[in-house]
Write a protein that binds this ligand. Sequence first.
Ligand code: ATP
Length: 355
Amino acid sequence: MTKINVNDMLTSYDKKNLTIATVCSHSSLQIFNGAKKEGFKTLGISVGEQKKIYDAFPLGKPDDFFVVDSYKDIVKYAGELQEKNVIVIPHGSFVEYLGAEKFLTLNLPTFGNRNVLIWESDRNKERIWLEGADLTMPQEIKDPRDIDKPVIVKYHGAKGGKGFFIAKTYDEFLKRVKKNKSYSIQEFVLGTRYYIHYFYSPIQDNAYKLSKGSLQLLSMDRRDETTIDEVQRLGSIQELEELGIHPTFVVTGNIPIVIRESLLPKVFKMGEAVVEKSLELFGGVIGSFCLESVVTENLEFKVFEISARIVAGTNPYISGSPYSEFIQPDLSTGRRIAQEIKYATKQKVLDKILT
Ligand code: ATP
């Protein structure tokens, strides 16, 4: 658990002059754009020349840059960043570049509940959380000798699906597995993928009501993954595997999508259960989170992963999605985060949404 006391950090802050900061990658254009729309100053933390691309996107460019030699150095500059009244918006790359340990001890007010990382990054704990919320997850195969249907083998700590592979038999598993790495084996769920983007506010009651606060559905996407999503252009997977060409799951982009409207009650029930369980386990998954699911032909959701912060799948929706348009025009997830910080500042409850 993080020992950081957000109230201690906030006492020295000029609340009329807050700066929204994030690492220049992932969903940063959207985060800066949304923060500017809500009247915040913005700061991009970047390494080297990476900031050059922001000149091409003036409305997504932060007001200032804070250039570091390595992202891991951010920890060293926390004092300097505090003087700029910085509130950090973590995204997937932010946490990955910094490393979980450094992220948990970073001495800067951070949007969301950092303790969620402990529950999200350990596949066993993640299962306790999601199955504890009555979500159906893909079956886990503990012993590879029990493989009797297609499975996906996931290496621990692999990001963006790197190195994952499909096996249909124990023999196939043995041929492909890298024994020196730890892995888990899951049933490969056949169906269509939906990556659902929620926003949970513990401090506002104006959406789908929960025991505390309320829940919004902001958007959903499908990830574009190479080579699995295009491999059929060359031949059937079986044909290719015989030639030694194996499909991979590396994320290269995101495709906007909507789900049939009759499934929305299930979508909200899942989001609700995940938040309620998180309140019980670690004080709540605050702000943006994403359930990564496969919908089967029986219209059952199988959730294989949760990401507990803004996901890059929200990037197609910088001026709103087919769901957020029913909340407010022009509402991206980045902007929604900025609104939450603005509201909490006004109500003097920043400590309820920052850690
Ligand atoms: P990230 O942390 O970026 O979300 P990851 O590396 O933890 O990704 P997963 O999201 O678990 O990896 O899986 C990568 C991809 O593999 C998914 O986007 C999906 O296409 C596919 N996948 C994962 N689990 C299953 C499953 N049980 N059945 C079918 N496909 C799956």
